[in-house]
Design a protein. Structure first.
Length: 261
């Protein structure tokens, strides 16, 4: 059976004069059977037109045929939920987990090295807030590897393995675990940290093959439109080109059956 990749992006022009620029409003992507293309496209446009960040000036929908033989099926990462009292506590927990993952990947780095890296994470994360994609950070060299650092690297061509579901409402959990599972399986990826840019959604996550998908229930203040993600990568295990090619081109369906939001 042939499938179709559907991608939607909506934006709005903000500012005046030289300060005028494009602001991201909404985005979504699916991989669906032919008979669902029209309904899912309509649902995507409805989602863009009703987003809490405002009315878009521009909506782009891209439709691309995908052959079943080109699709890889992945089992979703196991899920752990972490409840915290404050967003500061949530960030602290996220940075701690990332530090441990990087230390393990580095062959059991010492406490001081892990702490030093964890101290860099807040600044690195802030740098991702204006980016459409993710930062690709090499833990072996301390360098950023995105070809375009203003845009970042985007993980695309993915969906949940869920048959004929058509939904215009964003399900943050389902979309996040699909993306996190694909990223965790990319060549050279050590871990990922993500905070949503949706002002109404304060939950974030840390994920890796070893950690699974760790859902941290509060990682920013309600109403905060800032969000971003970092892919932690180890150039001793794969090339950046190999990793980026997988993230941006490999078609993936993720079996999320039994994973709880």
């Amino acid at each position: 059976m042939d499938y179709y990749s559907l991608k939607m992006r909506a934006s709005q022009q903000v500012g005046e004069g030289e300060q005028r620029h494009e602001q991201h409003i909404s985005g979504a992507e699916r991989i669906v059977a032919r008979e669902n293309v029209e309904a899912v496209c309509s649902a995507m446009v409805r989602r863009a037109m009703t987003h809490s960040k405002g009315d878009p000036d521009f909506i782009n929908v891209k439709i691309e045929k995908v052959h079943e033989s080109d699709i890889r099926i992945l089992k979703a990462l196991p899920v752990t939920r972490v409840d915290v009292e404050t967003w500061q506590e949530g960030l602290e927990k996220a940075f701690e987990l990332i530090g441990e993952a990087v230390g393990s990947a580095a062959g059991g780095a010492g406490t001081d090295a892990i702490r030093e890296f964890a101290n860099k994470l807040p600044e690195l994360l802030r740098k991702t807030f204006p980016m459409r994609g993710a930062m690709l950070y090499d833990i072996a060299t301390g360098k950023r590897l995105e070809p375009d650092q203003a845009r970042g690297v985007r993980a695309t061509y993915m969906d949940a393995l869920r048959g004929n579901v058509v939904d215009s409402c964003k399900n943050h959990f389902n979309e996040a675990i699909v993306l996190a599972t694909k990223v965790a399986n990319a060549p050279g990826i050590v871990a990922e940290i993500c905070i949503s840019d949706d002002p109404e959604y304060v939950t974030g996550y840390v994920a890796s093959k070893e950690l699974g998908y760790v859902r941290i229930m509060k990682m920013k203040e309600a109403g905060d439109e800032n969000g971003g993600r970092i892919f932690l990568f180890d150039s001793r295990k794969a090339s950046a080109e190999e990793c980026i090619d997988y993230l941006q081109k490999k078609k993936v369906l993720v079996d999320v059956d039994g994973r709880m939001a």
